[in-house]
Design a protein around this ligand. Structure first.
Ligand SMILES: [Zn+2]
Length: 157
């Protein structure tokens, strides 16, 4: 269950009153961590939160990162979320869609998790298992910028 679905899903019957499953809770906890990272990173760039289109109200809801975190926490604790409380007097320019935030986070986490050397090592091994020659692997690594080009040969050698 995605965050959007979790927040926006309309109750469809008694089955919705069932407590959240462990998997759903785990996903929500992960979302909470994500929101915290987004607040730290994007908040520094004057992105105050995220905007959701709400099919119930037929309008966009602007949620600050704190509001969103609060909603997620409530969803975790109580199984429902007060998502319809929008941020106070939001400036739309300061909010991004959740899709944008997610995409940003995916890219951000890759760079956080793996420094270039690790990536280079993986690519190198992958190319080698594909049967490329050491020279070809090296040339490829240089081409895509994962390995420094060799110093130019001294003149006259
Ligand atoms: Zn709404």
């Amino acid at each position: 269950m995605g965050l959007y679905d979790a927040l926006m899903e309309e109750p469809v019957g008694p089955i919705d009153d069932a407590p959240l499953g462990e998997e759903e809770k785990e996903a929500l906890r992960q979302d909470l961590v994500d929101v915290q990272i987004l607040k730290d990173v994007l908040g520094g760039q004057d992105v105050k939160g995220t905007v959701f289109f709400c099919p119930d109200c037929d309008e966009d809801h602007y949620l600050t990162w704190d509001l969103l975190a609060g909603n997620l926490q409530e969803l975790l604790d109580a199984g429902e979320s007060p998502v319809h409380e929008p941020a106070f007097d939001p400036n739309p320019d300061e909010y991004v869609t959740w899709d944008y935030a997610r995409g940003f986070l995916d890219g951000y986490e890759v760079f956080e998790r793996e420094d270039t050397d690790e990536v280079a090592g993986k690519v190198r091994r992958e190319l080698q298992t594909k049967g490329l020659h050491a020279d070809q692997v090296k040339a490829f690594m240089i081409k895509v910028g994962l390995e420094a080009p060799p110093p130019p040969a001294p003149p006259g050698s």
